[in-house]
Design a protein around this ligand. Structure first.
Ligand code: PGA
Ligand code: ZN
Length: 424
């Protein structure tokens, strides 16, 4: 049973405040969880409560959310059985009472929800992945590693936010990570030779300012894959997250950083069709804006049989939007972010919907992260075949990858790992 709940303000990987909550049980077990924070957030995400007091952190403090945990949530949850995750989450949702969790803050609510899961796992003596996923939780995900950052995550000259490598041909998770890290190092050498900057963006990928087009990163990454000794497509493939909501919506896209001008949704779909025919692209996330359901549908129709079409900002991990997407053929996969919806149980519901529809799902970090590796365990628990948690640099990204290597080692011969795109 829960004896004490204590939240505090900590800093995320961008130096902005976020919340960490610790739950102590009557038997002395204690567990903490910290929530991440996005930069290119979807407009329908659950609300991240910030103080708005300009004298502290430019208004980004989270002392109100901390107070909501310590003064409003804590007294009501003390004495509750911590293994009743669904009951705890339902209680939190009802206590808040708003559609977007704006009263208590989704950051406050999620920190309690995640800490409860962790405390329960510790109390029953199981690793978090086994507690949430049961004995059959033994699949390691293929990492989507964002090795070139643009858009809202870097001061670079590309409009598209994320150029990722996916080591789809690796035999194990640890080997996949090695393929990805070696490709990252090869890309660094290539950038150095060109005289480009090799400083990294928010998710640990390079963010050079002298790229001449949105397409150039694809060329450089193929070169890096080859230089690292891998076969583009077979060993290491490319995944994209343009995060198109950040440069357009409702059918018009302005590629200002690269100077490529304005594109209609039809032209965007054509651009992706063309790229997919020339580069080993296996996944495109948010190729169109969060309100461009029609553009999404067109892209899925054009490429969905060959390429995974992932909705992030358009679905915001919300069962309501995912249901509409499934009905309309909007995509064929969903990006899963716990803090877009705000509780562990609702996130599990979103994943269940994907599974029932035969859609893929990708558990994801945020661009503002902490050292908390909750999503590593969570993706294994959910039988996730893909995880997106940044490049092979910045310890808040590596915390997740290192935890996955630990899980793979702990599972030993029971661990499964396979290419999520292999047919048949
Ligand atoms: P965010 O970006 O965490 O800044 O929202 C990640 C993404 O768009 O997938
Ligand atoms: Zn995204």
């Amino acid at each position: 049973r829960i004896q004490k709940i204590d939240a505090m303000e900590i800093l995320d990987s961008r130096g902005n405040p976020t919340i960490r909550t610790t739950i102590v049980l009557e038997d002395g077990t204690a567990a903490s969880a910290a929530v991440p924070s996005g930069a290119s957030t979807g407009e329908n995400e659950a609300l991240e409560l910030r103080d708005g007091d300009k004298r502290r952190y430019g208004g980004k403090g989270v002392l109100k959310a901390v107070r909501n945990v310590n003064e409003t949530i804590a007294p009501r949850l003390v004495g509750m059985d911590v293994t009743r995750q669904q009951e705890i989450d339902r209680f939190l949702v009802e206590l808040d009472g708003t559609e977007t969790k704006k009263k208590l803050g989704a950051n406050a609510i999620l920190s309690v929800s995640m800490a409860a899961a962790r405390a329960a796992a510790a109390a029953v003596g199981l690793p978090l992945y086994a507690y949430l996923g049961g004995v059959q939780a033994n699949r390691l995900p293929v990492p989507m590693m964002n090795i070139l950052n643009g858009g809202a995550h870097a001061d670079s000259s590309v409009d598209f936010q994320e150029f990722m490598v996916m080591p789809v041909g690796a035999p194990t998770f640890a080997e996949a990570l090695r393929y990805g890290a070696e490709t990252f190092h090869a890309l660094k050498a290539i950038l150095k030779e060109r005289g480009s900057a090799t400083a990294v963006g928010d998710e640990g990928g390079f963010a050079p300012k002298d790229l001449r087009s949105n397409e150039e990163p694809c060329r450089l990454i193929v070169e890096a894959i080859e230089r690292a000794g891998y076969r583009p497509g077979q060993d290491v493939a490319i995944a994209l997250d343009p995060a198109a909501s950040s440069f357009g919506d409702r059918g018009t896209y302005r590629l200002a950083r690269s100077g490529e001008g304005e594109k209609s949704r039809e032209e965007m779909v054509e651009l992706f069709r063309d790229w997919a025919s020339r580069y080993p692209i296996v996944s495109i996330e948010d190729g169109l804006g969060e309100n461009d359901w029609e553009g999404f549908r067109m892209l899925t129709e054009a490429l969905g049989d060959k390429v995974q079409i992932v909705g992030d900002d358009i679905f915001v991990t919300n069962p309501r939007f995912i249901r509409r997407g499934i009905a309309e053929g909007t995509a064929n996969a969903v990006l899963i972010k716990l803090n877009q919806i705000g509780t562990v149980s609702e996130t599990v519901d979103a994943i269940r919907l994907c599974r029932e529809a035969g859609w893929n799902y990708v558990v994801s970090h945020r661009s503002g992260e902490t050292e908390d590796a909750f999503i590593a365990d969570f993706t294994v628990a959910m039988d996730g075949r893909q995880i997106k948690t940044g490049s092979a640099s910045r310890s808040e990204r590596l915390a997740k990858y290192n935890r996955l290597m630990e899980i793979e080692r702990e599972l030993g011969p029971a661990a499964r790992f396979e290419n999520p795109f292999r047919k048949g």
